[in-house]
Design a protein around this ligand. Structure first.
Ligand code: PHE
Length: 467
């Protein structure tokens, strides 16, 4: 290809972009809740282990693949070993499918950011307001399209002028917004109950499933097995230490997850509300907290939903970039065409996902609506299976000397921990991730959905050599 590959303008730009991808809805609407449900501080210890041992190792492996091949996901695998192209293909298909619903939720966040200032909290029926919004026809579609167009705007501008610039502005903004909410929450009377729920170690609540939940969450939250880290590292210079950057990015992701817990739970408990997870928590319970704050409520509500939208935006733009960079690297497309084409296709899927909440609720795929189908197949199947294949591929199929050179920058740094990382990736992690993959697949109650997900992987394995 004669086009020159873009590279990050600065290290901090890369770190913030990767952390931006990692920090998303997973940190805000799932992490605090599953922590409280699985033993608080006791679960945190497990989560810390999985994030910093397993997560950092796989992230480093993805960085090596991307930087060494200077290609996005499909090309990175293909250039090393054609038979393994399907793992790359899986990590382009999965982001595409996630982008078939993530912008719908991004659109809800945008709607709530605006509505916070226009009377949302005054409604006597906050839950009903949310149900009305998402089950509508045109309104959620319009918010989704506006949200998606933010992504398009950023990705059209490329790596440094788009992704890097947006991340450098948005990530510190997110941090400050969350801090404001934390301070407000912690100073409410009765806040300490929430802290207890989140942090008090309760080993009796740690079940065998807690380990699987922790590893699955670490994967999703760190944006692993989605081509993102491979793609972002393909724009990275030779002098950066890969394991060190993986550690920094994972630390940021973990910090924001904790911050989200601190922002939400003290306030929740202060107002005597029950925590839950998913959209119910942020869109139905959280606004009630702000409504209970009285006059200052709308401002804090605006800040919270703006933070949620920013967190979602830096994640979804990374997903769009994975698909765009595939089309550029492997299909020779210009960035502009690749971006418009991908976003166009994603918006079609999003229309179905959005309408599946209301007007098209009767249209189901093996018993579940479009949005749930996309979530199940990606989160429960593709993520773990992809992570498993990545670790096997890197540990067993790649040249150890190349791995050493990329890991240590030709013997310049982190030499001592290379053997540890290598053995983890080769032996330990595949076993752990197999457990998550199998249990995730078996946890899907709808057999049709499960079989479809597995069949897609099999078809990719057969046909992706042509990609
Ligand atoms: N890590 C993001 C979150 O926690 C989600 C995501 C997954 C983004 C995979 C990109 C790739 O919400």
């Amino acid at each position: 290809m004669n086009r020159e590959r873009e590279t990050w303008g600065s290290r901090i730009g890369f770190v913030l972009a990767a952390a931006g991808s990692a920090v998303g809805l997973g940190n805000i609407w799932r992490f605090p809740y599953i922590t409280g449900e699985n033993g608080g501080g006791a679960f945190l210890l497990i989560y810390i282990f999985f994030t910093f041992v397993v997560g950092v190792s796989i992230m480093t492996a993805e960085f090596i693949l991307g930087r060494n091949s200077k290609l996005s996901s499909v090309g990175a695998f293909k250039s090393k070993n054609r038979s393994w192209t399907f793992v790359g293909a899986l990590s382009v298909l999965a982001p595409f499918l996630i982008m078939g619903y993530y912008p719908v939720i991004g659109g809800w966040s945008l709607a709530y950011t605006v509505k916070s200032l226009t009377g949302l909290l005054a409604s006597p029926d906050i839950e009903g307001t949310f149900v009305n919004l998402i089950t509508g026809t045109w309104e959620p579609l319009i918010w989704m399209l506006i949200y998606l167009s933010f992504n398009v705007f950023i990705i059209l501008r490329g790596v440094t002028k788009g992704i890097e610039k947006a991340s450098v502005i948005l990530m510190p903004t997110l941090f400050v917004l969350l801090l404001i909410i934390i301070v407000k929450g912690l100073t409410l009377p009765g806040a300490s109950e929430g802290l207890k729920f989140l942090l008090k170690p309760d080993f009796s609540q740690v079940r065998p499933s807690s380990f699987l939940v922790a590893l699955g969450q670490a994967f999703f939250s760190l944006s692993l097995a989605m081509g993102v880290m491979t793609t972002y590292a393909s724009y990275l210079g030779k002098e950066e230490s890969l394991p060190q950057n993986a550690l920094i990015i994972s630390t940021m992701d973990f910090t924001v997850a904790l911050m989200a817990g601190l922002a939400l739970f003290p306030a929740l408990f202060a107002f005597g509300m029950e925590p839950s997870q998913g959209p119910g928590l942020v869109f139905m319970v959280v606004p009630k907290i702000f409504a209970a704050m009285g006059g200052v409520g709308p401002i804090f509500s605006f800040i919270f939903f703006a933070a949620l939208m920013v967190a979602a935006l830096t994640s979804s733009m990374s997903l769009l970039e994975v698909v765009v960079s595939y089309l550029m690297d492997e299909r020779g497309m210009e960035r502009r065409k690749a971006t418009l084409l991908s976003a166009g296709a994603m918006s079609v899927v999003c229309i179905f996902a959005s309408l599946s909440q209301g007007p098209m609720a009767n249209f189901t795929i093996f018993g579940v609506g479009t949005l749930d189908f996309l979530d199940l197949v990606t989160d429960k199947i593709f993520l773990a299976v992809g992570g498993l294949f990545i670790s096997i591929f890197v540990g067993w199929k790649l040249d150890k000397e190349m791995l050493f050179n990329e890991f240590t920058n030709h013997g310049k740094s982190a030499v001592g921990i290379f053997p540890l990382w290598y053995n983890l990736i080769k032996y330990v992690i595949p076993v752990m991730v197999t457990a998550v993959a199998v249990s995730g697949i078996l946890s899907i109650k709808q057999t049709g959905v499960m079989l479809t997900g597995v069949a897609i992987i099999a078809l990719l394995a057969i046909f992706s050599k042509k990609l």
